[in-house]
Design a protein around this ligand. Structure first.
Ligand code: SF4
Length: 362
């Protein structure tokens, strides 16, 4: 990330002497630093600014986390994929107009938790406790997994913590090209580097600060050349005039540089958001037309495209990916049993062998 964008560093007194705190401060010379006893003074600094969310992305809070691992909450009524999240960093320097963290994190600054040894202990106990089968864990729920990696080098720590734990797959999900550290260490076969993808015009207008499509795909190709497994997330898929041609081009671009055999999973998830995000996103991104169309409110209170639109998006994307023999990698993210069933039935009629329930269970 661009260090000039960090206006101030706030250090929680509890971690003032931690080795990682000192290392982070050394990497950000010249940025003002203040010690604090809690998060409150940090939020107070920008709560009356015209854009507290934007400000929160320019303040770095170094602190510790009480507990790191929790099951992904998914969405009530959806088919869960058994994912576990690791809350290592919180918030993200990028600025996507649809990002739920704008509302969910309540102005939490960019937060780096430096008590990684506690995470290592939690992981070791987690590895012992979980029953059989492949279990996926990742840091990409409340942050972009690699956005701050050049600063934190969390990826190196995590890969080492997962090394040899074959049943537990670590996913590092990103919209960045920050894989330098990952290319310098010994490969681990249970690590999947994944990228969220959208057509270039969506990246340019709705995903500010992220790597462009070409950069993401070239980075993924470098990861594959190094031997990593990769994954892709079409999430959120957006429905707008011209979407079909845009996504078709995107799929073509992927397979120009990534062999299908290197892909471990591809998720499809259409735009969804809680109602509380709407006023925040409309105020911060008045030029975005993303929210100005028809949505239905589902039982759990989230807005989504009507079911026929979602099915159309999934079916079309599914066919585009199947043209490259990637159909057995696909799963739907946060979708209802009904949508899964309809998606699979439509596909069955077309005699495609789509993954069910999930590709990593096969
Ligand atoms: S990259 Fe992910 S976490 Fe960061 S702003 Fe975009 S959606 Fe949010």
């Amino acid at each position: 990330m661009n260090r000039k964008r960090i206006k101030k560093i706030w250090v929680d007194q509890k971690v003032e002497k931690a080795t990682l705190t000192r290392r982070l401060l050394d990497k950000l010379p010249g940025v003002p630093v203040e010690m604090v006893a809690s998060l409150e003074p940090v939020k107070r600094e920008f709560r009356f600014s015209p854009d507290p969310v934007g400000e929160s992305k320019q303040h770095l809070f170094i602190t510790e986390q009480k507990s790191f691992i929790r099951p992904c909450p998914c969405t009530p009524g959806s088919v869960g994929c058994g994912y576990w999240t690791i809350d290592l960093d919180l918030n993200c320097p990028f600025d996507c107009s649809y990002c739920i963290l704008q509302q969910y994190l309540n102005w939490q600054p960019l937060t780096v938790n430096v008590n990684r040894e506690k995470l290592r202990e939690e992981l070791e106990s987690f590895f012992q406790r979980q029953p059989g089968g492949i279990i996926r864990l990742g840091t990409g729920e409340l942050a972009d997994s690699l956005a701050l990696d050049e600063l934190t080098e969390n990826s190196i720590f995590l890969v080492e913590a997962f090394r040899g734990q074959d049943r537990f797959w670590l996913e590092l999900k990103s919209k960045s090209d920050h894989i330098r550290s990952l290319l310098e260490i010994k490969l681990a076969d249970n690590v999947v580097l994944s990228w969220s993808l959208n057509p270039e015009r969506i990246i340019a207008t709705e995903e500010k600060g992220t790597a462009g499509l070409e950069e993401r795909l070239q980075t993924a190709a470098r990861a594959v050349n190094h031997g990593y497994r990769v994954g892709f997330h079409f999430d959120p898929i957006l429905h707008y005039p011209g979407w079909r041609a845009d996504y078709e081009r995107l799929v073509v671009e992927i397979f120009k540089v990534i062999p299908v055999e290197a892909i471990t999973w591809v998720s499809l998830g259409s735009l969804r958001f809680p109602s509380a995000l709407l006023p925040v996103a409309r105020r911060r991104f008045p030029e975005s037309r993303m929210y100005e169309q028809e949505f239905i409110r589902s039982a759990e209170g989230k807005y989504r495209y009507p079911r026929p639109v979602r099915l159309l998006l999934y079916r079309e994307l599914g066919e585009m990916l199947a043209a490259y023999r990637a159909e057995d990698k696909i799963y739907l993210c946060m979708e209802s049993v009904e949508v899964w069933r309809e998606f699979l039935e439509k596909i069955k009629r077309g005699r495609r062998n789509f993954a069910f329930p999930f590709p990593w269970q096969g």
